[in-house]
Design a protein around this ligand. Structure first.
Ligand code: GLU
Length: 578
């Protein structure tokens, strides 16, 4: 048995989609479980849509998730290690750098009459497609009459050599193709179901189908785990492997093998729609239309201005002619609505932790099938558990459901399990990357107190920032909630406000200024006045946070520190001075 090699092969045309993260994770876990190797290959043969920046972002997201590759591009990690450093010498790992390899195999296929240059223009093909649609037939490319399977197309090759614009097509065998899938079983594709597809585009680059087959072979990939949407591509790949199997002994290399395939269930939103990048555009479009329906002055022109968008681009977006994410994001910002998180980066930016994401994503179409002591399915586990327990046999056939509420709750649980110090450290790290400056005014000790105060009230680091808003605003810019002030400061002849005056002396003298000592002092003060704790706590809370919602009073005051607390009390008294 050859060593197990799995691969994750993203196209660098955007961020890492959460579904891609699942594919990568399962490939990684399968390789780890089998003692094999996990490889990353960047499929950048779509020159117009691929970018180095996107490739780098995807690699960084994978590393952030803890999905580390053995073979693939090199990436230096923060801890000084470099992924891909000990990669097998089967690169380059960027397909755009492998064009001569594809060309050699393509030439071989032409030489044995299994591929041919085709000269139809895109316009011609479009006409044929329209014609088929008009006849209510499924469009398929019809093999030209002069192409004979097994006979090298000498005349066509000659024409191509003169520089005539062409693509190269594969001669699909005239027989049924059976895909043996480890999840779905045998899937049969009838003879003629797949036409002679393009394997090299007019720009000279291979298509996905061709490059993927060549690379999986040359890179020794034994197991292809990917999403079910690729199942319809697989007969093409199997047919190509069949044709290239005959390479044996030829200059083109060793015979091609068919790897084991495992197609994983699709990921659906809770509302039953397929989860996709387009969900952001859909959400933004819906919000824009609702806002425009509500407010007659919000015309398309006004909205375009507000979102700094070109009006015609906005028009195309609203008409669903484009799902451009940058337009969706500009609209969301202008309308102050949140778009659904789809990409790993979205979750990262919003304060999810990698261990919650990988745990949650592991359960999309797979389950460990182990029970805990109470007989419940084990759902919470780490990467080590996954690497030890993952197997293809427990990948499901039915669509997976992306339950955001469950993911948020997982994340909240992982945050709650962190020690206050660890929460503070990771929260600061997160803020440095995504909310620069937000936590800078707290040293580590104060941040730990703040962490303890907000931890029970947040599911993400971004939530934590919201819960900590009272502590983050400057002492002199706090705004007071009107109703809270009326009720807790001004009612009953300014009872609350008067208490604050007396409490100031108590608070000034507490030593050390910590949650327990503060609570004890305030309790003692309340008792001495024959008041309940609430009657004292709420006025103070409103005075120092502006509202009635904040963590426990002792924690709230300790987080602010004595100087801030006294400054805020003074400012409150001045604000409401008669
Ligand atoms: N580049 C392809 C994609 O991003 C890879 C598909 C495959 O795994 O074969 O969908």
């Amino acid at each position: 048995m050859p060593e197990v090699v799995t691969r994750f092969a993203p196209s660098p045309t955007g961020h890492l989609h959460i579904g891609g993260a699942r594919t990568a994770l399962f490939c990684w876990a399968f390789a780890r479980r089998s003692g094999g190797r996990f490889m990353i290959r960047i499929e950048d043969t779509d020159a117009a849509r691929s970018s180095e920046e996107s490739a780098r972002g995807i690699l960084e997201d994978l590393a952030w998730l803890g999905i580390e590759w053995d073979d693939g591009p090199r990436l230096r990690l923060r801890d000084g290690r470099t992924l891909g450093d000990a990669a097998r010498p089967v690169g380059p790992y960027f397909q755009a750098q492998r064009v001569p390899i594809y060309d050699a195999h393509l030439d071989f296929l032409m030489s044995i009459g299994r591929a041919y240059p085709a000269f139809e223009t895109p316009e011609e093909l479009e006409l044929r497609r329209k014609d088929a649609v008009a006849r209510k037939a499924t469009y398929k490319y019809a093999r030209p009459a002069d192409v004979r399977p097994g006979v090298a197309p000498a005349e066509r090759i000659g024409r191509a050599r003169t520089g005539e614009r062409h693509v190269v097509r594969f001669v699909m065998p005239d027989e049924p193709i059976v895909v043996r899938d480890e999840v779905l079983g045998e899937v049969r594709f009838a003879a003629g179901e797949v036409d002679d597809f393009v394997i090299r585009k007019a720009d000279g680059l291979p298509t996905y189908h061709f490059a993927v087959v060549i690379d999986d072979e040359l890179m020794g990939v034994t197991h292809v785990l990917r999403a079910q949407e690729h199942l319809i591509n697989t007969p093409r790949h199997v047919a190509l492997q069949g044709a290239l199997r005959r390479v044996e002994g030829s200059a083109a290399g060793a015979p091609f093998r068919t790897p084991a395939y495992a197609h994983m269930p699709l990921i659906f939103n809770v509302d039953g729609s397929k989860m996709s990048k387009r969900d952001k555009a859909k959400a933004a479009r819906k919000s824009a239309k609702e806002a425009m329906a509500k407010d007659a002055t919000l015309t398309a022109a006004a909205l375009a201005r507000r979102a700094s968008l070109d009006e015609s681009a906005l028009g195309r977006f609203l008409a669903a002619d484009t799902d451009d994410v940058s337009i969706a994001e500009a609209l969301a910002e202008a309308l102050r609505v949140a778009l659904p998180e789809i990409e790993v980066w979205d979750f990262r930016r919003n304060g999810y932790v990698p261990e919650a994401i990988t745990n949650f994503v592991s359960l999309l179409g797979w389950s460990p099938g182990t029970k805990d002591a109470q007989g419940r399915d084990v759902e919470k586990f780490d990467l080590g558990f996954l690497a030890a327990n993952f197997g293809i046999e427990r990948i499901g056939k039915t669509n997976a459901r992306f339950d955001r509420v469950k993911l948020a709750s997982f994340n909240g649980d992982y945050l709650a399990a962190l020690s206050d110090a660890e929460f503070g450290r990771r929260w600061r790290e997160w803020a440095r990357e995504h909310e620069a400056g937000a936590l800078d005014r707290f040293d580590d000790a104060r941040l730990e107190v703040l962490a303890r105060a907000v931890k029970p009230r947040c599911k993400t680091f971004r939530d934590a920032l919201r819960a900590a808003a009272f502590a983050l605003s400057a002492d002199d810019s706090l705004t007071f909630d009107r109703a809270a002030a009326d009720r807790h400061l001004l009612a009953s002849d300014r009872a609350g406000l008067n208490l604050i005056g007396e409490l100031r002396a108590v608070l000034a003298g507490i030593e050390p200024f910590e949650p327990a000592t503060i609570n004890a002092a305030i309790e003692a003060f309340a008792k001495s006045r024959g008041l309940g704790m609430g009657a004292v706590a709420q006025p103070v809370r409103v005075a120092v946070t502006g509202s009635t919602v904040s963590p426990g009073l002792g924690e709230t005051l300790a987080v602010l520190g004595r100087v801030s607390v006294l400054a805020r009390l003074t400012r409150c008294e001045r604000t409401y001075a008669p």
